[in-house]
Structure formats: structure tokens, C-alpha cells
Design a protein around this ligand. Structure first.
Ligand code: SAM
Length: 265
């Protein structure tokens, strides 16, 4: 390593040491790319990636997590975990609620994608998760939870109220106002009945929106969803990281954007 290199951040010096250790040749900020021009065509913003690795023809950009943000994120996840434990021990069971694995995946997905509208089909812990995200993300998202079972809807209402969230926007399926939705979680009623509802539920998803399908490990349902995906032309991503101790897993289906110039609703 060239000790005279004026790194802007200690993490960059550390990365240079790691690259040296593995004998990967590097150059520090050798190239600058214009990324924004004004109407006269003059460059008003440019970007210099931290490292260029000439043997790999690869650019590296380092970012560090700000400790304050990490602490804030950990606090939210801790609250989510507490709510989960309370829900599966006092209201329902771990086998009926969405898994902790899916909850953690969903939380990260929400933080990354910041949907403007969420439809939670199959109320329960997911209803509390979406409301915690709604309250803490600053994303001003519209969240509605729906259920086929009025008794369960009332139990969910009591749980979210006791947890300090508003118990509004809990409705009887299929009487749902609003939509189409950027994210629909499809975890409604028993898994045997879900395939027959797939067409109707998919209509609720906005162009470019996502349909998160739980319990895809159940073989007849998985086959039906596979067949539906083939027919519909939606994209489908397996989510192995959502597999829990009951071997339940989810899948993310994405509705194509028919007109790419149209913003997703
Ligand atoms: C798989 S559950 C939905 C779970 C929900 N998304 C959650 O995160 O807890 C599907 C439906 O089963 C019903 N349900 C949920 N928990 C239940 C329980 N412990 N016993 C009986 N029915 C339940 C509700 O009507 C719910 O909509």
C-alpha cells in the first residue's frame, strides 16, 4: 500500500490494507464520472468511486453505517421482536402467525422499498408489523389489514390497540377500499383455499407492485402458484431465508409494469 495515499475515511485505508493482503491491485479514486448536468450541458455533479481494481475491471465504493442509525434500527427490531413474542405467546401461536424469519425479511424489504400502500391479507402479527413500520418509517404509508374471520379481526384489533397503534383500517375481506397496492401480503384464511383466490388477490396489486405469498412450502399450493406465475407472466423470487422451523416459506411475486413510463401507483 502507498502510505501517502490521502484516504478520506479510515474504512478506505482498511479496505486498501485488505486488498494489499490479498494482492489485489487497486487505484484510489482514479476516475470521476459526471452524473448531473444543468440545462446548458455543464456538469453540476460528479462521482468518483473510491477504488478501481484494474485486474478485475471493477469499481468499489465504500459506505459506512452511521452508529446513530444502526442504534435506531436495532431499537425498532427489538420492539418488533418483543411484539412477536407477545403475540405468539398470548394471542396466537407461532404456527399460525407469520414466522419470525418472514417478519425480519419483510421488515428489511419495507425499509428498502418504502411502499406507499400495503394490504395485509390475513390479520394477526403481520398487522402489528406493518403498523410499527408505518409509525416509525416516516414513509406516510397507507396500511389496511383484512380478514375473512370477524372474530380474528377483533383479536387483531385488540392486540394492535394494546401495542399502542391505531386499530383503524381493519376490514372484512373482500370489502376493501383503496388500492391498487404497492405491497400485498397474501396470508388469508387456510392455505387450502388460497389458490382459488389468487386471481382476485393479484388484481389488487399495482403495476410494478409486489405480492408476498406465504406458505408456499405446501406442495399443492406451490404447484398452483407456479402454474399461475407461468400463465400471468409475473416474476417470481423464492425467498429461502424465510424458511422457519416448521419449514414454512414465502415467495415474492412481482407484477410487471405494462407501461414503463407510468409511475407505479
Ligand atoms: C395464517 S393466518 C394469518 C396470520 C397473520 N398474517 C399473522 O401474521 O399472524 C390466516 C388466518 O387464520 C386465522 N387465524 C390466525 N391465527 C389463528 C389462530 N391462532 N387460531 C385460529 N385461527 C387463526 C385468521 O383468520 C387469519 O386471517
Amino acid at each position: 500500500m502507498d502510505s501517502a495515499t490521502p484516504f478520506a475515511h479510515a474504512s478506505e485505508a482498511e479496505m486498501a490494507r485488505i486488498l494489499d493482503f490479498y494482492q489485489v491491485r487497486w487505484e484510489y479514486e482514479p476516475h470521476t464520472f459526471p452524473i448531473l448536468w444543468n440545462l446548458d450541458g455543464a456538469v453540476v455533479e460528479s462521482f468518483s468511486p473510491d477504488f478501481y481494481l484494474p485486474d478485475l475491471d471493477l469499481y468499489l465504493e465504500m459506505t459506512t453505517l452511521r452508529q446513530k442509525l444502526v442504534r435506531k434500527k436495532n431499537r425498532k427490531l427489538r420492539r418488533l421482536r418483543e411484539l412477536y413474542y407477545e403475540y405468539v405467546t398470548t394471542v396466537s401461536t407461532a404456527e399460525m402467525a407469520i414466522s419470525w424469519e418472514l417478519s425480519a425479511w419483510l421488515w428489511t424489504w419495507l425499509e428498502r422499498n418504502r411502499p406507499a400502500s400495503v394490504l395485509d391479507l390475513g390479520s394477526g402479527f403481520s398487522s402489528a408489523l406493518f403498523r410499527l413500520w408505518q409509525e416509525t418509517s416516516g414513509a406516510d404509508a397507507f396500511v389496511v389489514s383484512a380478514d375473512t374471520d370477524p372474530e380474528w379481526l377483533a383479536k387483531t384489533g385488540a392486540f394492535v390497540r394494546n401495542a399502542g397503534f391505531p386499530d383503524t383500517d381493519l376490514v372484512a375481506y373482500p370489502a376493501i377500499r383503496g388500492g391498487p397496492w404497492d405491497l400485498v401480503l397474501f396470508d388469508l384464511a387456510d392455505r387450502e383455499s388460497r389458490a382459488s383466490r389468487l386471481d382476485a388477490v393479484s388484481q389488487l396489486v399495482a403495476e410494478g407492485g409486489a405480492l408476498l405469498v406465504d406458505d408456499i412450502d405446501y406442495p399443492p399450493y406451490r404447484l398452483a402458484v407456479d402454474e399461475w406465475v407461468r400463465r400471468s407472466g409475473w416474476s417470481s423470487s423464492p425467498l429461502p431465508e424465510t424458511t422457519d422451523r416448521f419449514l414454512r416459506a414465502a415467495r415474492l411475486l412481482q407484477r410487471p409494469t405494462d407501461n414503463p413510463d407510468q409511475p407505479c401507483g
